[in-house]
Design a protein. Sequence first.
Lengths: 401, 462
Amino acid sequence: MTKKNWNRREFIVSSALTASAVTVPRFAWARAPGEGRLVVIILRGALDGLAAVPPYGDPHYANARGVLALDKPGTTGGVLRLDATFGLHPALGFLHECYHAQQLTVVHAVSTAYRERSHFDGQDVLENGLRRPHEINSGWLNRALDSLSGAATRDAGIALGNNVPLMMRGPARVAAWSPSRLSDVDDDTLQRLADLYADDPVLSRRLADALANDAIATDASADRERVGKREQLAATLQAAAKFLVRREGPRVAVLETRGWDTHANQGADSGQLAQRLRVLDAALREFRFALQEVWEHTAVLLVTEFGRTVAVNGTRGTDHGTGAAAFLAGGAVRGGRTIADWPGLGPKALYQGRDLTPTLDLRAVLKGVLAEQLGVSANVLEREVFTDSRPVAPLRDLIRV
Amino acid sequence: MAPSAAGAANRFGFGARPTDLRSIGSDPIGWLDQQLNGDAPGVGAVGLQSSSQVLMQVLQRKQSQRAATPGQPLQKLGQLYRPIYLAEAQARLRSAVESERPWIERLVHFWSNHFAVSADKLAVTGIAGAYEREAIRPHVLGSFTSMLLAVEQHPAMLLYLDNQRSIGPNSRAAALRLRRHSTAGRQPTRADINENLAREALELHTLGVGSGYTQTDVTTFAKVLTGWSVSGGPGDDLANAGRFEFRASWHEPGEKTVFGVRYRQDGLEQGLAVLHTLARHPATATHIATKLARHFVADEPPPGLVARLAHAFLDSDGDLPTVYRALLESEQTWSTEVGKFKTPTDYIVSAYRALQVTDGDERRSFATFELLGQRPWSPGSPAGWPDRTEDWDGAAALYKRVEWAAALAARLGSRRVAADLAPAVLGRRLSERTRLAIGRADSATQALTLLLASPDFMRRPA
């Protein structure tokens, strides 16, 4: 895109919207209070938390996991040690570095309030923030953003991908962006389209949002052409970084990655799941690099709908389970810790005799992150964001002050 | 609101070709109704292979490669599958673009998505198209039970949901495996079930989530389905390779209770009996009725309409044309004004129908679907593609359509007169604003872009 084009697009955007003219300041990002960034990555399909964060120190671990068990730390293909109980999957080298730099907190045996095993309902609860699926058509993150001052006049958050996931739907204005490989539409046609959409408020707003976002991440779009499917997550995170480093840019980004539903041939230190974890880890490493100093103010939260069965199934994979693992990484994180009230993997300790028993409500983590990283008040958290979660106390000190 | 020709063509079909609205005339319901007569049309393209032919090829290639260069890595499955997948996708596209019975094509897409497999999983890439032609298409004007049975026994579904190696822990095969391993002095690998197919068959294919089945029902149903596999393993009859195979020695023996019904029969019959019961369950009827009404009428369909469709389903024992006719004849179908946003597939096909073109060869049309966010047979999950407007009308998604429309118009603008095309394909649904914008456009290309990107064309008019 040419420079001239860029400016004219700004004009279109500001005429299509009454409130927000798009400005793209280029000065360096300096630390300012209340400007912490939050990135949420939804791992769809139910990541096996026992594979990603193996509790190698649990006396039942090797037996319970069978062919999926990883070797002890210090051996080839063995787990990367976190502490005497937990390690990380060997494919998660970057996250391991983060842990030792006090920039990663691992949460284990965690779950939403959902106790069935449907992906789709499980993801709905993960995103709506309530106790049951389909109770509300908005997401906890959007409701939290809606409460922040300034959310009305700028895009408080952005969803990277074709459409906005439920977590980011709701009253607050959010942007959406995804890479494209087509050439630009000429500005005159765009202007006419903006007029043509005047009677259709939804399309009208969508077009304005698209044009605003297109101007910002065009460089990332060019990067996208050179990358294969495997690096898609990395490319999407690169684009996210371009939005997040802008001082007036969105404070929150959401993206999703699929393919964690490892029912067959899951693999242990190598194989299908190891490969996915490696891609994720590498994408996060590049993301940190792209964020530069903004990484210091950023928290990246990785969540999944539920965990998987402890035992291997009949096809060397795992079926839908309950207790899961979550990750909180970034320069803003008070890391180097594992948070788990560990229930154990002994036969009697398992939930319904098959799954890791959840001992922590994920909303405790989410509440803590929203409070400390975005400054969402306790009152808003109780009344608007996680409406029926009073017994779930937020975890404290997740974020550096 | 009285049904309009443009409404019928867009809500139930893939949009109008320039002459369609004239032939639909003043009886849109009649036009839709008569499409339901007779068998579903086949896919016209020549040279497509059956799923068993494809799987047989895989098997033969594996064997010949092993024989030729032992120790060498096998040729990548993806290289074999990709051209097959692309040819299938192109054939499907052509069927939709050229169809004289576009409602039937929409129904094929609907059911294929209800019983979704995802070509993202390599094992399915080469047979996803064949699956739709073999298990879905022949049954869209038949009974739900026949479709369900065809789907759950199709290699694509068995491979996609990992049932092909699900083994009963108390089966003869499991006992044999234990003995063999202990003789060899190795730690035994336990033979066991995989519950993926059983769970999704209950949750997505039949009863629907929240209908009251338990984890025990899922596990037991998975045991019922042990042995439901695909032929082509060591010791199998090569002539049967790539077809459904019931492996009796893998089947978990004994009677079983699923969702409150006890099944005394054993073997293959047990699974068939469970599927027959599930297919006729009231929860299944409501689940299917809701999805059909959501797809063809509104994101949140009127409860009265859903109830009416569910009754039609139950009363007719799942005779699908009876259910479709109930949909056509219901006043609420036509009185609910929604303007659902077209899915990318609907949008692409309706543009091609309006313009009487495609994007060219199979690679280019595949790239179009990928770009607009709906690769053929690749919803990425067994739940299929979502079906509400908000799932598709994101800013980025909309903008890609605009870009694509502009590119298509740049190619065709000088040869298609948008001002004539607009009333021909949108009929009474062409808004004054769009008509004026087209009239005032500064070039033929811009006029066509505005038509394709107009709200009237992006949405399915009522």
